[in-house]
Write a protein that binds this ligand. Structure first.
Ligand code: ADP
Ligand code: MG
Length: 333
């Protein structure tokens, strides 16, 4: 990006130098970082490299008026969530930025949000690319991390009879989006809580690692529980039954929505970035030593019969479709 590509007086190299080549965590396994044609990094012996990349497009993955700080934070959070879902320890990232109109204010705030989480997780920024875009902000962040040899947790691996668990609570980010877009009206503290869950998800990196020798399969919930759990069931040619009364719902969700609507959000709304994993009954007793008991909830069972069924407290079984969330959007206005 040259200075004539945008309204900012900074050239591409100044921009990189000022905002990205310094101040991020230094790690001894980065032998050559930003500034050359490629980075050189050392994978610890006995470890395998896990790589993942996600692109966030303005207006599609975050609302157009999202603060730069939240965008910076979330670009890394969604990628860390993928590392968590593999049971990996994150280590390095690259960042490709495509910006229509970069200003110092935007870059300062974006960097701050990114740095906050990078420091927390000790992730080094080892390179990237900077270009001008016509219209929308587009951020592609690639993350790398390690797992001990052959111990990555995959989607494939769940077995009949395994219990299905999730971390945290579900549906809060969906209510956050509904609140931001004025589909629901919430008290200030509830609004703050759900919008924070949307903009500042906490990737469950420690939890993911802790489950390495216990979970038979795992995925992070980015598109909604039904959608993401179906990736697990389909990868294993199996199915599942979920107990609606066991879905973990925050107090804010329970207090502000009718029960059915809350379940609908918990099942179908995206952006929670919690983990969904399966544990064989023989290993369930190990969980207590691995994770704080309030950090996870059992919600169902893996079964031979394909598809995902939901069990109502009255014993009724239904096979939901993913349309639940769409329906919610137009029904609460
Ligand atoms: P090249 O012409 O070899 O692609 P660039 O001029 O694009 O190199 O980038 C120069 C250096 O700055 C490289 O080390 C690259 O990885 C790094 N870099 C470019 N943009 C970013 C960014 N947005 N974040 C982090 N590093 C970046
Ligand atoms: Mg380049």
């Amino acid at each position: 990006m040259s200075s004539k590509d945008n309204t900012m007086s900074l050239g591409e190299f100044d921009l990189i130098h000022q905002y990205f080549s310094q101040g991020f965590p230094n790690r001894p396994d980065v032998k050559l970082g930003i500034g050359d044609d490629g980075a050189v990094c050392q994978i610890p012996s006995g470890m395998q490299l896990v790589v993942s990349v996600d692109t966030l497009v303005e207006g599609k993955h975050f609302p157009v008026n999202t603060s730069a700080q939240n965008i910076g934070y979330k670009s890394l959070a969604v990628n860390l969530s993928d590392m968590a879902a593999m049971g990996a320890v994150p280590s390095w990232m690259t960042l490709a930025l495509s910006l229509p109109n970069p200003t110092h204010a935007w870059l300062t705030d974006f960097r701050q949000g990114l740095l906050e989480l990078a420091e927390d997780m000790q992730v080094s920024l080892i390179g990237g690319d900077t270009t001008a875009s016509e219209k929308y902000i587009t951020i592609t962040l690639q993350i790398m991390g390690f797992v001990p040899l052959n111990s990555a947790i995959q989607r494939k691996g769940a077995m009949i009879g395994d219990k299905i668990y999730v971390t945290g609570t579900l549906g809060d980010a969906g209510l956050g989006l509904a609140s931001l877009q004025n589909w629901v009206e919430l008290a200030p503290s509830a609004k703050k809580f759900v919008e924070k869950r949307l903009n500042r998800p906490i990737p469950r990196v420690k939890e993911g690692q802790a489950l390495r020798n216990v979970a038979t399969s795992m995925i992070d919930i980015s598109d909604g529980l039904l959608s993401d759990l179906s990736h697990i069931t389909e990868a294993n040619a199996l199915g599942a039954t979920l107990h609606l009364s066991q879905l973990p719902l925050s107090n804010v969700l329970q207090e502000n929505l009718p029960r059915e609507t809350a379940w609908n959000l918990a099942l179908s709304a995206g952006d929670d970035y919690e983990l969904c994993f399966t544990i064989p009954p023989s290993k369930e007793s190990l969980l207590i030593n691995l994770l704080p008991p309030q950090s996870y909830t059992v919600i169902g069972t893996i079964e031979a019969s394909q598809g995902i069924r939901c069990l109502y407290p009255n014993g009724k079984l239904s096979t939901p479709t993913r349309r639940g969330y769409e329906h919610f959007k137009y029904s609460v206005k």
